[in-house]
Design a protein around this ligand. Sequence first.
Ligand SMILES: Nc1ncnc2c1ncn2[C@@H]1O[C@H](COP(=O)(O)OP(=O)(O)OP(=O)(O)O)[C@@H](O)[C@H]1O
Ligand SMILES: [Mg+2]
Length: 283
Amino acid sequence: MIKIEGMAFRYDGASEYALYDMSLDVREGDFVGIIGPSGAGKSTLTYVLNGIVPHHYRGDFYGRVEICGMDAVKAGPENLSKYVGSVFQDVEGQLLSSVVEDEILFGLENFGIPREEIEPRIEYALETAGISGLRHRDISSLSGGQKQKVAIASIIALRPKIMILDEPTGELDPQSSRRMFETLRELNGRHGVTIVIVEQKIMMLCEFAGRLAVMDGGRILTEGAVRDVLRRSEVLEEAGVNIPRVTTLSRKLRDRGLYDGSTPVSLAEAETMMRTSAGNAEI
Ligand SMILES: Nc1ncnc2c1ncn2[C@@H]1O[C@H](COP(=O)(O)OP(=O)(O)OP(=O)(O)O)[C@@H](O)[C@H]1O
Ligand SMILES: [Mg+2]
């Protein structure tokens, strides 16, 4: 679905490469989380996937990026947008309309969606994003979190094969963040939408994503199934990524011979780990 090989990119005027020697494979139906410190190149990677780099942000570009069988650089942002829906880190800059429903309508009309399909799609998108009540609101009157949901709704309406989200929960409280992840899980599980999400809330990411890629200094340091990546905690530490506390705890319990199960990625699994370790400590 997404195949990146030996890709490097340096913004015009920059002395360093923002992305360097990058390779990544994302299969159809994957739910991939991207983590890494500020300046790691996470947003730049999302720009490559929707064609903004190197078409809008120009610079030296090397390597090959294939998306849905197309050469991403040759295809360009307009062709890619038929397959790839993006929610940007700077969500304000993404919203072009003044009223919520117009924002969703705008994309649908741009895509030439037939008239009779438009209303059901608007309703579905608003409902899925959990903002049916905001349909007629002025976007300028909304909170940052609500704006993020509008951006997501307008992408959902277009039914992309791939959704790329750059820190979409940045303005959301933990409960709304969880709801957003649940929405993504449903789009992924039920509709087979491939998800690539840049996220700081690592514990939540680990619970919902199937795979993790850790970035630092324009490169992917490690990548794989969530549990496997969490176990490489020295790589996460090197990248300055906040390791979930249960991961640190599972390592300590493992070091003391109290636990040899898998690394927990949810609260329920953490509880099981604690019970097992407590049982072992008594023996
Ligand atoms: N439009 C731009 N022009 C020039 N350099 C840029 C531009 N955007 C980003 N960069 C540089 O590219 C590098 C990677 O930035 P990027 O925004 O991709 O990182 P990030 O991992 O998304 O960081 P953050 O967590 O802060 O969002 C940084 O050194 C940054 O200064
Ligand atoms: Mg960023």
